[in-house]
Design a protein around this ligand. Structure first.
Ligand code: ADE
Length: 236
């Protein structure tokens, strides 16, 4: 008997339409349709209490940019936690630890988590102290908001939920899933602009093909990601 491991992702954002739209395509859409994943967006602006619906203000001590208010964020998070389990509360920020396949795997089986998309210069530190369990970055560059990062997390995590991918799409050979980059792939036509397909792939010897692909993976990883190769050699 297999137990269905469903996943609920709450997303706190000023632009819920961006996330809702993303969830209408491809594997994310299918996972939602199959009721394996639930994506629930919350508009942070709905939890303002002033006439102008203010979500941010200038920083104490001065400086350029605007800071998101802790009270507004707290109310929007409470809107999730009072009726559901919010799970791990994750702030998307370039100050966070970097998203990895290992982390994506962990989140995919965690049942529930909540993503918070920051905007502007940052968010009030007191909100982080009180409510945030983890801070995640998708890489060493600065986005203007957390929404693209939330889409990256949702995509990377959703495809790993058991039952979302079929056998052909199975993520088991993915780059990073086995600590190596993926091998090169070819399809028809057999000749393209004077280039052919490696003979081994046309030979039908499946053991040989598997061997070649593994070699190519190692070669690529050595050439492109010496940092990953070091780790692979040590682990194996
Ligand atoms: N928000 C702004 N930049 C970001 C990044 N690199 N990762 C996650 N969230 C962000």
């Amino acid at each position: 008997v297999t137990v269905m491991q469903r996943l609920t992702i709450h997303v706190l954002t000023l632009f819920p339409d961006i996330i809702d739209h993303y969830a209408k395509y491809g594997i994310v859409r299918r996972s939602v349709e199959r009721e394996l994943v639930q994506i629930h967006t919350v508009n942070i602006r709905d939890f303002t209490e002033d006439r102008h619906r203010t979500v941010d203000d200038t920083p104490y001590g001065g400086g350029a940019g605007m800071i998101m208010r802790a009270d507004v964020l707290a109310r929007s998070l409470e809107s999730v936690s009072k009726s559901n389990d919010a799970g791990k509360v994750i702030l998307l920020t370039p100050q966070g630890r970097t998203l990895t396949q290992t982390l994506a795997n962990e989140l995919s089986i965690s049942g529930t988590f909540t993503l918070i998309c920051g905007r502007y210069r940052g968010i009030d530190e007191r909100f982080c102290e009180r409510y945030v369990d983890d801070e995640l970055s998708i890489g060493d560059y600065v986005l203007s908001g957390g929404e693209p990062a939330a889409m990256v997390v949702i995509d990377a995590v959703t495809r790993l939920v058991p039952g979302v991918m079929n056998d052909f799409e199975s993520g088991l050979d993915d780059s990073f899933q086995n600590d190596l980059l993926d091998c090169p792939w070819y399809t028809r036509p057999v000749e393209f602009e004077g280039m052919t397909v490696p003979d081994v792939l046309m030979g039908g010897d499946h053991k040989k093909i598997e061997c070649w692909r593994h070699e190519q993976s190692i070669l690529r990883t050595k050439q492109r990601r010496p940092d990953m190769m070091k780790k692979y050699s040590t682990d194996k």
